[in-house]
Design a protein around this ligand. Sequence first.
Ligand SMILES: [Zn+2]
Length: 263
Amino acid sequence: MEGGRRFGRLESDSWADIGKVRGARVLVAGVGALGNETVKDLALLGFRHIVVADPGVVSEPDLGRCLFFRERDVGRKKAEVVAARVKEMCPAAAFTPDTDTIQKAEGWNYDVVLGSMGSVHGRIYANSRSKMFRVPYVDAVVDGFRGRLQVVLPDGPCLECGMSRSKESPPAPDARKPADATTVAVLAGMQAREALKIACRRFDLCVKGVIYYDGISGRVEVLGMGIDRACPNHVPLKHSRRWRRRSAPCPGQRYSWPNLPRA
Ligand SMILES: [Zn+2]
C-alpha cells in the first residue's frame, strides 16, 4: 500500500497532479546507464505504468555505471532485470519488460515515450513513430560529460528538424564516449521532469528547443529550434513518401494495461 504522504513533495507543485502521473502509460526505450536512472526517477515521482524496452543483455562494464544491475545479472536481459528491480521499489505497480528492439514495438498507446538509446537509428525511429501517433517524445543522450535533451511534442519541431538533409550518415553510436555517471544523473533527472510535465498535460511548461549540458563546465544551454518544413515528419501526409511506407495497417495494441484508476 502506498501511503498518502509518499508524494507529498510532488503535490506541493501546484501544477502537478499525482493522479495523472500514476495513470500515465510510459515507454522507456533503452535501459543502459541513462535508462536505469530515468526509470528510478520515474518510480520515485509516482509513475506506475512503465514498459521498459531494451533488446540488450547486461555485460560486465554495465555494472560500473548502471544502478539496477548486479554481478549475478551478467548475461540476463537488461529490460527484465530493470523491470524486476524497480518492482522491488514499488510492488503494486506495473513495470513490464520488452526485450525486442524499438522497431518491433507495436501499438504506441502511450502517454509519453522516453528515448534513452545509444542507437541513432533507434532514436530517429522513436521520434518518427511518436510524431505519427502524436505521442510526446523526450529524447536524451549522453556522450562522456556532455548531454543533449529534446522534448518532441505533437505540434512542435522534432529530432529530425535539427538534422542535415544531406546524404551523410548520422554519427556511429560507438563514436560516443562512455557515459559519465554524474552527467547521466543530470540528464535522467531532466528527462523524468519533462515526463512529469507531459503526464500532467502541461505542455506549456516543457523545455522548448534543445538542451545541451556540459558536465565539466557545468554550463546548460538551450538552443532554439523551429519546425523544418523539409523534415519528413512535417510534410503533409498525402505528399510524403514515408507516409506510403507507414500506411500499412497499424498492429493492434501490444500491451494490456492493468486497470488501475486514471485521473
Ligand atoms: Zn521534424
